[in-house]
Structure formats: C-alpha cells, structure tokens
Design a protein around this ligand. Sequence first.
Ligand SMILES: [Zn+2]
Ligand SMILES: [Zn+2]
Length: 338
Amino acid sequence: MRSITADYGSRRLVERDIAEPPPPGPGEARLRIAAVGVCGTDRDLASFTAGEPPAGESFLVIGHEALAQVVECGADVAGLSPGDWVVPTVRRACPALCPQCAAGRRDLCLTLAFTERGIWRAHGYFTDYAVDRAGDLVPIPATLAEYGFLVEPLSVVEKAVSRALYVVQSPGRRALVLGLGPIGILAATVLSLRGFEVTVFSAESLDHPRARLLTIQNIRYTNTFGTGPADVIIEAAGSGELALAALRLLAPGGAMVVLGAREVVGSVPFLDLLVRNQTVAGIVNASRADFDAAVADLPRIPEPVRSGMIERFRFSDFGSTLYGNAGAAPKAVHMVWE
Ligand SMILES: [Zn+2]
Ligand SMILES: [Zn+2]
C-alpha cells in the first residue's frame, strides 16, 4: 500500500510502498484512511527538525490528523462496526505505564517515553490502511465526516481553552489569540463559542482571506499589537518573542496558554505575575475528553468557517503542502481516497 514517509537515510520525504498491516487482533480495528491533514509538526518532520522513526526502522510514516473508516473489527470490539467513521488519537502510553498514562491521560505522560503515531517512534496515517486498538479511536457521526480531519487539531485547542478556563482567576471574558494559522483560528472560534470577546493578532494583512474566517464570526482581527488587557491569551504564532511581549497584556487573574512558542531570551516579569495572580501554562497533545469536546464543537463552527479552513490536495502532493507554499487556506488536507 502507499505511504508518505520521512526517510532518515536520505533525509527526504518519500512516497513508499509498504506492507499492509496484519488483520486486527482482539480489541483492534482495521481502518481505511480517508483523509489526512498536515500541520507545522509535519513541516518539522519534513525538515527533520522533529520526530523519530520506530525503533530499528529507517523511516517514519507521517500523518497524525486522520479521518478513517472502520473496515474490519477484531474479536472483543464493542461500540465500533465496519462503516463507522473515526478519528484516531495520536499519543500511545509509555511502556512503564506512568500514573497519568495508566489513568488515561497519556497527554500528560510523566516519563515522556510515550509514542505518537506519525510523529514519534510510531507510524502514522498518511497511508491507505492502519490497525489501532478500538479504545484509541474516537467515533464521529457520518454527518461530520466531511470535516473529521479537523477533530485532532481542534482537540489540542479544546485542551488549551479548558486549561485556561481551569486556571483563570478572573471572571473577565476578553481573549487574545496570537496567530492566524489553523490553531489560532480554531482557538478564536472556540473562545467565541464560550462567550469570549475575542481579538486575534497576527501579521497577515487585514484583508487576508484567513482574516475573513474571523470577521464573519464577529471576531476582531488586528495587526496592531497591544490592544487592551486580556483575561485569556492563547499563543499559536510559534513566536517566543511575541509570547513574552503578550505577558504584558495579561489582565489580573488571567491565564496565558502557550502552544507554539519555542525559546526566547528576554526579561520575564515574575513580579507582575505574582502581584497579579497570573498563570502561564504550556500544553501539547489532547486527552480523550478533549477529543470528545472537539467532536461536540465541530458542528457548532459555522459552515463557511469550516469550508474556508480547508484546501484539499491529492495523496502525492506533499511536495506542495510540506515543502512549498500550500495556498491561502489555513489547513491543507490530503485526500487518501481520490
Ligand atoms: Zn498536527
Ligand atoms: Zn506515561
């Protein structure tokens, strides 16, 4: 079967013919992959600045934002049937089964020895078929299948928003989102659904097509940094400098969640943080509850936003989405079923 792989010998992305997975064992389901979205993590894999192949192998099948259909169930699978649409979760438990992994919170794994399908030491879904444990699959209604590949990135946003709402000590409902990528747009949308008055800051022009995905939801988009305090700040711009500057915009009792920033050298205002009871949190990956929240929120995202988020590509067009300029739409998706 076909697959798109990161080849650690040639350090290139390569389309490769690989063996089909074995039939599903007890508790497992065989999936036919319908579509796979790509994101910044995949671009990091393509440039070999992130990721690792499975132990003893020289390549990694990429793809972690998948939509699939169950085609066969092994013994002892309850609640899933052939024909069901599913979104696989990404992270798998660490071998030591740390207390968080044992409790079903692999997204909070304590040993960091987890695997992640399509990213870290486990093959992903940019291929025709896969086998997974049924418990690692999130069923979605057939009516949502058209946009099902948005569930995984949306699950990360759900975790960020729920973390912010868990720690925020302010009743204020002003939110600032940094970044106009898919995560920034989804974060602004979810915060708006939660009743926040949302502003998105990014560098793209005010009439950029992505900005329209916000303005049609009455979400404010600005190129001007520093417009008023925010009770919740979500950083989705991948800029440490911006994250550090945004700390000054956090309202008393506010919370900032960092999703994309890496390192930055600068002055951290710890005194302001403590005097103002502010919280800064980082998050990655998502729990099963976050996936469920994403499935619940997906139909609440206005249809023009969902459709405007997407640009569809053929299976083999990874050169344009991962090495080239994939176009104006925030989310590139490869259709595995042509
Ligand atoms: Zn992703
Ligand atoms: Zn663990």
